[in-house]
Unconditional design. Structure first.
Length: 281
């Protein structure tokens, strides 16, 4: 198990500003303001590049980004830190389950109502009994990141902390690929390429369409001992602080995100049995 602590300045380059603006219901194209030099002349020129209809929202985006920059400086001055914890564990698949080295099972769901191959996250991990272990596709990572607490009504601070928690996941995942797991040591990607997920592998967070059941957070929480990094869970599995994320790391070069979608009552019943066994283990 590895715990990393990041400063605000370390994470600023990894922030996905398009998602920040989306949280404020501002179209992603206005996130280009983050690429503009901060002087008045440059920002005025950027603003004048929009049509008369778009200028009001561009102005809002420019002012919001200026406030966000100021808030980030405040967070840095306050010594705010963001923590990431992860573990890269031996793992094999057994049907739709991920089976870790001590026989702890994490159940996954499989697509059913799609054309073609019906995917499950366990498909990207070598099955039990296979002798083709390579240290990459027979391992699975568990991860979580968390940023600081926030005032109840401070939306700007909250949305920035949310982005910082995701930025920490981005930076942590990069370090995992290149060093800690080391399956992509020669990776050299720009921030644009990172945000476009041009790297090998995926990191589905709990709640993603391919990992939709929030309840699987409970065994991962225990496994990573996330109470040690200040994360608590509600009865329904929501994380506190809110600016936190948790999920899996998969390395197979064919991995991709997908939506499980609707499943049959039969799969739901079998999944509930497997999940309850996992929660009680």
């Amino acid at each position: 198990m590895t715990t990393l602590t990041y400063t605000i300045d370390e994470l600023i380059p990894y922030i996905s500003w398009a998602y920040f603006f989306h949280a404020w219901q501002i179209a992603p194209r206005f996130a280009s303001v983050t690429q503009v030099h901060g002087c008045t002349a440059c920002r005025t020129a950027w603003l004048n590049g929009f049509s008369a209809d778009d200028k009001p929202q561009a102005q809002v985006a420019m002012e919001l980004y200026a406030e966000a920059e100021a808030m980030l400086r405040t967070l840095a001055a306050e010594g705010e830190k963001v923590v990431a914890r992860f573990a890269i564990l031996p793992c094999r698949s057994d049907g739709d389950d991920l089976v870790f080295e001590d026989q702890w099972r994490l159940p996954c769901l499989r697509q059913q109502r799609v054309e073609g191959v019906c995917l499950c996250l366990s498909d990207y991990v070598l099955p039990q009994g296979s002798d083709k272990g390579d240290g990459v596709n027979d391992r699975v990572g568990l991860f979580a990141t968390t940023a600081g607490r926030v005032g109840e009504y401070d939306m700007l601070r909250q949305t920035l902390l949310d982005r910082l928690a995701e930025a920490a996941a981005e930076k942590m995942h990069e370090q995992v690929r290149k060093t800690y797991w080391g399956y992509a040591p020669d990776e050299h990607l720009t921030m644009t390429e990172l945000h476009s997920e041009r790297f090998q592998g995926i990191r589905p967070a709990i709640g993603y369409p391919c990992l939709p059941d929030q309840r699987v957070i409970f065994p991962i929480y225990r496994r990573l001992r996330l109470n040690e990094v200040g994360i608590a869970l509600t009865e329904t599995g929501a994380m506190n602080p809110h600016a936190s994320t948790c999920g899996l790391l998969l390395a197979h070069p064919a991995t991709r995100y997908f939506a499980v979608g609707n499943i049959s009552p039969e799969q739901q019943q079998l999944y509930e049995q497997r999940l309850q066994a996992c929660l009680q283990a």
